[in-house]
Design a protein. Structure first.
Length: 332
């Protein structure tokens, strides 16, 4: 496996960006931030905060309209054909899963407008349950995947595919157990990869689960999750695909390793490490990045900036503080 080097760069820090359990989506090097909480169990706002990378980097806020999603935390987003898609989350005075009858929110940066895509059959069991702390990814063509998370009670291991053009859900083969929240998925080279998460008792680790859309089948690769040969178990981290020197890697980083006794209202032990997984050789390498480094965190969000770079924003630090920073990580 080739030696991977990396460099962190701090882009911006602002009070308005202090939040955890938010979403971060990148389109054309524009970083869109939505949702999250500053105080436990209180959605901060439903503005879109836009960080535009450049010289200088700028921060602007787009206020909500009557077509915007309600304030929420623990939702998940992905990009597809230069638009942003998100599903459900947790909100309201009771902080219960946001029920929108299977609707998927679409944000079009070219018009600065939200639209709720209503499924062609908006009744159970043809739609996924409302949930929070799930994960999502797209195939880059027409499909948005939704996986796992926390419904009103318990945790899930289901996998659903939403066709944007047909506005139709399909339930796919569930992932290997146990059911979990705070897990991560990434789509690359026609496959969906899944790892980590919290099952209600402990963080999961030691496996990369792979979904093959053509056969509707899951398989798994096991590894030693000791923090030396491979990343230690964690939840509410990130998993992102990158390409370095024409090789495909998955990057996993940060996350919570020991949950707080206060649940969502407290901070557990946070990780600050970065690992890359060679998809072809199926080997992990820990990356020691150059330069100033972000503080350890979980409950943040991240997205791919370009083929070999990612963006990390906000999250929850070990002091139970919400972070308002934006970082880029370049791999080379």
């Amino acid at each position: 496996m080739a030696v991977i080097q990396a460099r962190w760069t701090k882009v911006i820090e602002a009070e308005i960006l202090q939040r955890s359990s938010q979403i971060v989506s990148v389109i054309d090097k524009q970083i869109y931030i939505f949702g999250g909480e500053l105080r436990p169990r209180e959605p901060r706002d439903n503005n879109i905060h836009l960080v535009s990378l450049g010289n200088p980097t700028t921060l602007s806020t787009k206020p909500p309209s009557n077509q915007s999603p309600t304030p929420r935390v623990g939702t998940a987003s992905t990009t597809l054909n230069d638009k942003i898609y998100l599903f459900s989350g947790r909100g309201g005075t009771a902080m219960t899963p946001v029920e929108e009858n299977g609707g998927v929110w679409e944000f079009d940066p070219s018009t600065d407008k939200w639209s709720l895509l209503v499924p062609s059959n908006p009744t159970p069991p043809s739609i996924p349950a409302a949930r929070s702390y799930h994960c999502t990814a797209s195939d880059g063509k027409d499909t948005v995947y939704i996986h796992a998370g926390c419904p009103e009670k318990g945790r899930l291991s289901d996998l659903w595919a939403f066709s944007v053009s047909q506005k139709q859900w399909r339930e796919l083969a569930p992932a290997p157990g146990p059911p979990r929240g705070g897990t991560s998925i990434a789509f690359i080279q026609g496959r969906l990869y899944r790892m980590n998460g919290f099952d209600g008792e402990r963080e999961q680790g030691g496996k990369v689960d792979v979904y093959e859309p053509e056969g509707n089948l899951w398989s798994s690769y096991s590894f030693v999750s000791d923090g030396v040969a491979g990343p230690s178990p964690r939840s509410v981290g990130a998993l992102l695909p990158v390409v370095v020197s024409n090789r495909v890697y998955l990057v996993t980083l940060f996350g919570e390793r020991d949950p707080s006794s206060l649940g969502h209202q407290g901070a557990g032990k946070m990780l600050g490490d970065v690992w890359v997984f060679d998809v072809e050789d199926k080997l992990w390498t820990k990356v020691e990045a150059q330069g100033e480094r972000p503080n350890p965190r979980g409950w943040f969000d991240a997205d791919v900036l370009d083929a070999g770079s990612i963006v990390v924003q906000g999250g929850l630090g070990e002091s139970n503080n919400r972070l308002g920073d934006v970082w880029t990580l370049e791999l080379f």
